[in-house]
Design a protein around this ligand. Structure first.
Ligand SMILES: C[S@@+](CC[C@H](N)C(=O)[O-])C[C@H]1O[C@@H](n2cnc3c(N)ncnc32)[C@H](O)[C@@H]1O
Length: 216
């Protein structure tokens, strides 16, 4: 992992986001909404650009920050994004409405474990971004990978969970259980016969899983 000085250096090289996105970053900071870390999101956006993803499914909208970043980074892309928290849905709607990229985003309200029927009307997807309840990653992956095209990729955030996945002892039971689930997901995805995966130690750790040509 890079040291703090280099992290600051890299962040200092990034150009400023537009006023709406900056307002959202500040809002998230003040109200403790967990939006994707800056280096993680920049890496993801670059991968999506290279991949040429035009239809993207996001699990976990929060206030719409990453959805708007994807929409802005790829003006020809359409993002279908799922959120279950009523307050966050309202905030996301307000922020998205204020953006010139609003027409690129479809917000699906509900639990990602329950809205498959709605989501599937928007399939197939070129890319899927999983950034919701960490204990459910495998379920999200299993449900929605059915709607990924043969050349698609799945990006999963927080797979290193603040470095806790490598800690031998974790005191708090709830965190310990969560870390165990993430660790199980990481092992599962790394040996999945249908995908080539890599875990990048950027942001909170992102897994990039590229579907192998034929479905398995
Ligand atoms: C880390 S935040 C998403 C951040 C967002 N992707 C960003 O970077 O701007 C995770 C969000 O997923 C939502 N979430 C968690 N589990 C969910 C589920 N099963 N279905 C839908 N949304 C869920 C939470 O309410 C929360 O707002």
């Amino acid at each position: 992992m890079l040291n703090e000085k280099l992290h600051s250096y890299i962040k200092g090289l990034l150009t400023e986001r537009n006023p709406l996105l900056t307002e959202m970053e500040n809002f998230a900071h003040v109200h403790k909404v967990p939006i994707m870390e800056v280096e993680g999101i920049e890496t993801m956006l670059q991968l999506l650009r290279i991949h040429g993803s035009l239809r993207i499914l996001e699990v976990g909208t929060a206030i719409g920050y990453s959805a708007l970043r994807m929409a802005q980074a790829m003006p020809n892309a359409h993002i279908v994004t799922i959120e279950r928290d009523i307050e966050r849905i309202q905030l996301a709607e307000q922020f998205i409405h204020r953006s010139e990229h609003r027409h690129q985003i479809t917000l699906i309200k509900g639990d990602a474990l329950e809205v498959e029927e709605v989501v599937k009307e928007h399939a197939l997807f070129d890319a899927i971004f999983i950034d919701a309840a960490k204990g459910q990653y495998k379920k999200f992956f299993e449900i929605y990978s059915k709607y990924l095209n043969d050349n698609g990729m799945i990006i999963t955030d927080n797979v290193l969970f603040k470095g806790l996945v490598a800690e031998p002892v974790i005191e708090t039971k709830r965190i310990r259980n969560l870390v165990k689930k993430i660790d199980e997901f990481n092992h599962w995805i790394m040996s999945h016969p249908g995908y080539d995966s890599v875990i990048l130690p950027v942001g909170d750790g992102i897994a990039i899983s590229k579907r192998r040509g034929e479905r398995k």
